[in-house]
Ligand binder design. Structure first.
Ligand code: CTP
Ligand code: MG
Length: 226
């Protein structure tokens, strides 16, 4: 083991909500694939190895988008799984550093300063550190009977990536959720099943997730103005 940091970038989804004919991670802003933006920002923030999880059928397209043959810090491809958590698990099996960051390719514009801050917190002893933002909308919870009630948004946070972990903690967490047979939408939720404390740090509007077509427009504009 060593104290370098590996990033596992999950890019094996198809992007149903975004639509289009290529996987979401290969859609471009400013002429560069979303996954390439994400990888470049992770490397700039201090990750020395990046493993990009993809659908096997898309290997050639990802190799081209990432210019894998080019020199520079290690960027490699591996095959993801059915659900996001399976893609993360497959990637984790390849990690040999003490710390790992898990990042959505769908968050292309994550600032390198946020990546660096997460790495710094891990090196200072945090087991799990995640970026969050306050929730801006009023939120209502709707019951099975259709009746709704307001939830105090002051207590809520929206969770982003990259999420940083001690690698052994995240490996144990993935083993646990797999034993329990539960589905989680992020890795901090997996870690929580072990009773490990999740450290929150301020996220960034730039780390928005491209989910629907309007998000691509927003990301493009944000990049222009940054
Ligand atoms: N992802 C993955 N493997 C899966 C599913 C998702 O690696 N089996 C990745 C996506 O590529 C994306 C990230 O997880 O970078 C966040 O998921 P999401 O935004 O939901 O992307 P998609 O699943 O591709 O989109 P959709 O749900 O609209 O189909
Ligand atoms: Mg999805």
């Amino acid at each position: 083991m060593n104290s370098d940091v590996t990033a596992v970038v999950v890019a094996a989804g198809s992007g149903v909500r975004l639509g289009g004919t290529v996987p979401k991670a290969l859609r471009t802003i400013a002429g560069k694939a979303l996954v390439r933006h994400a990888v470049d920002n992770l490397i700039a923030g201090g990750c020395s190895r990046v493993i990009v999880m993809i659908a096997d059928s898309e290997r050639q397209a990802f190799e081209e988008a990432l210019q894998i043959a080019a020199p520079g810090p290690g960027v490699e491809l591996a095959v993801g799984g059915e659900q996001r958590q399976d893609s993360v698990s497959n990637g984790l099996a390849l990690v040999d550093t003490d710390f790992v960051l898990v990042h959505d390719a769908a968050r292309p514009l994550v600032p390198s300063s946020l990546v660096a801050e997460i790495i710094s917190q891990l090196r200072s002893g945090s087991d799990c550190v995640i970026p969050v933002l306050p929730v801006v909308d009023s939120i209502r919870e709707v019951g099975a009977d259709g009746r709704s009630s307001v939830i105090d948004r002051g207590r809520l946070r929206a969770v982003q990536t990259p999420q940083g972990f001690r690698t052994d903690v995240l490996v144990a967490a993935h083993r646990r959720v797999s034993e329990l047979g539960v589905e989680v939408t992020d890795d901090a939720a997996a870690v929580e099943t072990l009773g490990v404390e999740v450290q929150l740090i301020p996220g960034s509007e730039m780390a928005l997730k491209v989910t629907r077509p309007i998000d691509l427009v927003i990301a493009e504009q944000l990049l222009k103005e940054s």
